[in-house]
Design a protein around this ligand. Structure first.
Ligand code: MN
Ligand code: MN
Length: 291
């Protein structure tokens, strides 16, 4: 069973997250810079006593995930389908949530991912197979005449690890994993009017330490020192202040120390909606910590 103090840390992270999400949604309007919203979210998390578990992701339209503003980004919201994906950790215990703010007048697509998340959460308890969750999500989204994004999944959460086992499928899979009491999982259905598949596209604004090893280059050592506080969690390029930043990031990536996360886009350019909550699995059900 899970330690009471650990549960309290998850609940605290989830409470901060839910408050920040509510405030963030109010900011998303045509003409507002994305950077303003991302910085607002990350500052409010800290103000409330949490730490951003990853950069505030603001993905629009055919972007599914991994989009966050660059340091001098001047992009503003238009009539977009906006996904805010936000994470908070307290002492490494992470709550992860996403919500779609629709400025594009496609309410049914938003309802599809929200209904899929709701139906999935209803079947979660100790003993549920992740395959059953995938089936419920796919079936629900199909009822709205949309497709789930087949190659994106939810995930387990561990201390300082955002994407731990098991993966939580958004579609039918042959083999699932049986959930146990105390498992912490993020369920995150993505619905689309496109092909139902995403690919990496363009340059990355988000990085993560993949494998630490000794480096000789002074600039690389200095940058590693700066990012060591993020442990294995994702961080944004705009969070770093370093001379020759791109050069050094590329060098560390080529050495296998860093991994970059380019934006994920829908293959056929379809619109994507997303909904996500983090839950703690219990014997008879689950506790939604990000509500
Ligand atoms: Mn998320
Ligand atoms: Mn997630």
């Amino acid at each position: 069973m899970m330690d009471v103090e650990v549960i309290e840390k998850y609940r605290k992270a989830g409470k901060i997250l839910a408050e920040v999400r509510t405030e963030a949604v109010k900011k998303v309007k045509p003409g507002v810079p994305l950077l303003e919203v991302a910085e607002f979210v990350e500052a409010l998390i800290k103000e409330r006593g949490g730490v951003p578990a990853f950069p505030c992701n603001i993905s629009r339209n055919d972007e599914a995930a991994h989009s966050t503003p660059s340091a001098n980004d001047a992009t503003v919201f238009d009539e977009d389908m906006v996904k805010l994906d936000i994470g908070v950790h307290v002492d490494g215990y992470i709550a992860d949530t996403a919500i779609t703010v629709d400025l594009s007048e496609n309410p049914e697509l938003v309802k599809a991912s929200e209904a899929a998340l709701k139906n999935a959460i209803e079947i979660v308890h100790a003993g549920t197979s992740t395959a059953e969750i995938g089936d419920v999500i796919e079936k629900t989204i199909n009822e709205f005449d949309y497709k789930p994004v087949a190659n994106l999944t939810g995930h387990g959460l561990d201390r300082y690890v955002q994407h731990a086992a098991p993966s939580i499928p958004n579609r039918h899979v042959e083999q699932g994993v049986i959930l146990k009491a105390g498992d912490v999982i993020a369920i995150e259905p993505f619905a689309t009017n496109g092909a139902g598949h995403v690919h990496e596209s363009g340059t990355a604004e988000i990085y993560r330490v993949e494998r630490l090893k000794p480096v000789r280059l002074p600039a690389a050592r200095q940058l590693l020192k700066e990012i060591e506080k993020y442990k294995m969690l994702p961080f944004a390029k705009r969070w770093l202040h370093h001379a020759r930043l791109d050069f050094t990031l590329n060098k560390l990536e080529a050495m296998g120390i860093l991994r970059s996360y380019p934006v994920l886009r829908e293959d056929s350019g379809g619109l994507i909606s997303q909904a996500e909550h983090t839950v703690i699995v219990e014997e008879g059900g689950c506790q939604i910590i990000s509500r």
